[in-house]
Design a protein around this ligand. Sequence first.
Ligand SMILES: [Ca+2]
Ligand SMILES: [Ca+2]
Length: 250
Amino acid sequence: MKNKILAVLSFISIIGGGQQLFAEPKDRGSQVLITAGEFVMGDTYCADEQSNSDWCSDEVPHKVRLDAYRIDIHEVTNSDYQECFSAGECGPNALHEDRPQEFNRPGQPVVFVTWEDANSYCQWKGGRLPFEAEWERAAQGENPGGAYFGKKYKQGAPQKVGERAPNSNGLYDMMGNVNEWVWDWYGEPETEGVSANPKGPASGKDKVVRGGSWNSPSHYLRASDRVFRSPELRYSDVGFRCVTPSSEKG
Ligand SMILES: [Ca+2]
Ligand SMILES: [Ca+2]
């Protein structure tokens, strides 16, 4: 794993200030409201189908209650991120040196962003990264199993955001395209009772990414799958989207 990360890092270069690389984005800042309510986070898939294997044994179903929030319809794109850089609020976008057409186009999701880069962007937009529970509730929609589960998905590189059908909440690419940083440190969830607005452990080593990516077999493209990654590293298959807390009842 470590070698793979180093290999990825060696393929990228940092682009400095002053270069205007991208055209104007579409659908900038669009979010949908997810109303307050209770839902079941996690899935029985691991127990039912995988004999509680390590890679999925952290998905034990449990009840969670959430306040309302708005979540980005799309993954944050290269052009979105470039605006934050131009505004002086985000670090430079780390671009792919060898495969620019596959990673650096304006409408593609930004990748090679650290957790802190993602967090800075969301703060600049007046929001924050989604809590893990918020991400999962939004991803579930009416399809808790995941839109591409059991189907061929791996596609070799990120696609422009919004190329595939949205889920029932009107959200694009929750499953696949790029994994998405969420707020929470990785840890074991509370499975007794009902957790209200859980924010994950107070500290940790790894952060959680969600949803699977262009680089994932389809069994990772499930609303409940949890993967941990180092927050300091930049990955070719990890981007993000943002949320804004809402007082709306919906
Ligand atoms: Ca995604
Ligand atoms: Ca997992």
